[in-house]
Design a protein around this ligand. Structure first.
Ligand SMILES: O=C(O)CCC(=O)C(=O)O
Ligand SMILES: [Fe+2]
Length: 201
């Protein structure tokens, strides 16, 4: 059921994608991953992230010892594959008439993977939202503040839920505390995909 609620300025569209749409997303993601394999990024402090990543689009979000940034190529040297049509269609429905996303970042969470509280702030223009799609295992999403610290609120994101992080909330801290690895049958291998679409330049 599609129901929109707003938590601290984040628009949460529960059940935005039907099962059929989720399956279309997964086959599109598998195609991207076949050309641009998931890899294990390291932070600027050399710490491996528990999430595996890849991207589609003109730019991919990237981290290594040189820090967080966007790169035009996968670490294997190839350009990132094009953003899947299904992602462009969702963006157009939620950001009608706006600029088009230049990065579609794919995160894969296996059991035990998490993502610490952070801001999405490597883009040049914060007037465009980040649109985030959850597929597979439910994830506990923590929403903080624009400034560091302070109280946070958590919500479970289920398969097919879409979060729009824009406006005053564009720079709010957020993260994933944990997933429930076996609670969805969308992915036979278990785990969770998160896809974020971003205007980068
Ligand atoms: O996995 C999620 O739902 C959030 C991912 C995220 O915040 C990011 O990729 O910047
Ligand atoms: Fe983020």
């Amino acid at each position: 059921m599609v129901k929109m609620r707003t938590i601290r300025g984040f628009e949460i569209h529960d059940g935005r994608l039907s099962r059929t749409e989720q399956e279309r997303w997964i086959s599109a993601l598998r195609e991207v991953i076949s050309k641009a394999p998931l890899y294990a990024p390291v932070t600027r402090w050399g710490k491996p992230m528990s999430v595996r990543m890849t991207s589609a689009g003109a730019f991919g979000w990237y981290t290594d010892r040189r820090g967080y940034r966007y790169e035009p190529r996968h670490p294997d040297g190839q350009p990132w594959p094009p953003i899947p049509q299904v992602a462009l269609e969702l963006w157009e429905a939620l950001v009608p008439g706006g600029r088009h996303p230049e990065c579609c970042l794919i995160n894969h969470y296996r059991e035990g993977a998490r993502m610490g509280l952070h801001q999405d702030r490597d883009e040049a223009d914060f007037s465009w939202p980040v649109v985030s799609v959850s597929l597979g295992a439910p994830a506990l999403f923590r929403i903080g503040n624009v400034e560091r610290g302070g109280p946070t609120e958590s919500v479970w994101l289920n398969s097919g839920d879409v979060v729009v992080m824009g406006g005053e909330a564009r720079l709010r801290h957020h993260g994933i505390d944990r997933i429930k690895p076996d609670a969805s049958d969308l992915l036979p291998e278990g785990g969770r995909f998160n896809v974020t679409m971003r205007v980068v330049t």
